[in-house]
Design a protein around this ligand. Structure first.
Ligand SMILES: Nc1ncnc2c1ncn2[C@@H]1O[C@H](COP(=O)(O)OP(=O)(O)OP(=O)(O)O)[C@@H](O)[C@H]1O
Ligand SMILES: [Mg+2]
Ligand SMILES: [Zn+2]
Length: 300
């Protein structure tokens, strides 16, 4: 040790007590901050710095938890049901080459929030993973329980992902740290036809959430297309449904807004189910049609 250093350490104030993190209870010692030699030459002296409270690990953990909460909120606002809010398209698991589909489905169902991809469904997952608003409408067909709602929800989860949060440290005037979530990249909405009809009926009764608002979202995911048509009891009810869907589709057609559709029905049956005016517009809007293969996931 040089004489200067010895002198410095003798002059330095003794170490203050460490800080106990209010969250994990661990004690962290104060650290000695040493100025650079050129600053020292100008008379600057070192000082003891108190560690932050909560500690850095706890702060990062809180940050991650806040991100998760923000993501959950964003997904609920976008209409995704709690059952499907945890699924992530980027973490899908592909079926082994020679694995029996039923064995694979059972294996996947045993894992929480994991999307299993049967070999034939790879292009669908890729499409939903890579889809951008510049791409056009999509028609996803599949029989009952094939996983349409799951995939469409995971797609909305992707579009509403809160990608990062900006951590803003507190200042003298504002307490910190404050976190801000970066807004979702595009506004997406998941709605199924039943809910759509419920909202439409409400809007006829004067509810201020009219069909018009659903028509305008940048990315609309419309599940169960054609499902309420079959169950409609009267001719009047049927014409109300087909009329509402026609207005929705026509609005998006005229404004060049995409719809990502899920349905039990074959695309070719749409004219009979929804009428020619709607089916005609959809056939021009839809760029990609896909059919989900595999067994009924609920039945295994
Ligand atoms: N690829 C998958 N990976 C993991 N779980 C899946 C997958 N597909 C479906 N499931 C599970 O199977 C069940 C049925 O899926 P989902 O509700 O998406 O079916 P659907 O095609 O929308 O059926 P419906 O036509 O009756 O609406 C859900 O519990 C879902 O989590
Ligand atoms: Mg469904
Ligand atoms: Zn801690």
């Amino acid at each position: 040790m040089q004489t200067d250093d010895i002198l410095d350490s003798m002059l330095a104030p003794s170490a203050p007590e460490g800080v106990v993190c209010e969250l994990c209870g661990e004690r962290f010692p104060a650290t000695w901050w040493e100025p650079r030699p050129e600053w020292k030459a100008r008379g600057m002296t070192g000082k003891w710095c108190k560690p932050p409270n909560p500690c850095r690990d706890c702060e990062a953990e809180e940050h991650r938890a806040a991100l998760k909460r923000a993501e959950k909120r964003a997904r609920a606002v976008a209409g995704v049901s709690p059952r499907y809010q945890g699924f992530d398209l980027s973490r899908a698991v592909l079926q082994h080459e020679r694995e029996d589909p039923e064995v694979f489905v059972r294996r996947m169902k045993a894992r929480r929030n994991t999307i299993g991809v049967l070999r034939g469904n790879q292009p669908i997952v890729r499409l939903l993973r890579e889809w951008e608003p510049a791409h056009r409408s999509v028609y996803l067909q599949g029989a009952v329980g094939r996983g349409k709602t799951l995939l469409l929800s995971a797609f909305v989860n992707r579009l509403t992902a809160v990608e990062e949060m900006i951590l803003v440290p507190g200042t003298d005037k504002t307490p910190g740290p404050a976190t801000y979530t970066r807004p979702a990249r595009y506004h997406a909405l998941y709605i199924d036809e039943r809910e759509l009809m419920r909202r439409t009926e409400l809007s006829w009764k004067g509810d201020p959430v009219p069909l018009f608002q659903v028509s305008r979202v940048p990315v609309l995911v419309l599940d169960e297309l054609g499902c309420t048509v079959e169950g409609s009891k009267s001719k009047k009810a049927l014409s109300m449904i087909t009329d509402a869907i026609e207005r929705l589709v026509d609005y998006r057609y005229r404004n060049e807004l995409p719809i990502v559709i899920g349905s039990n029905h074959d695309f070719h049956d749409l004219p009979d189910i929804l009428g020619h005016r709607t089916a005609s517009r959809l056939s021009e809007m839809v760029e990609t049609r896909k059919t989900i293969v595999g067994p009924d996931w609920r039945g295994i």
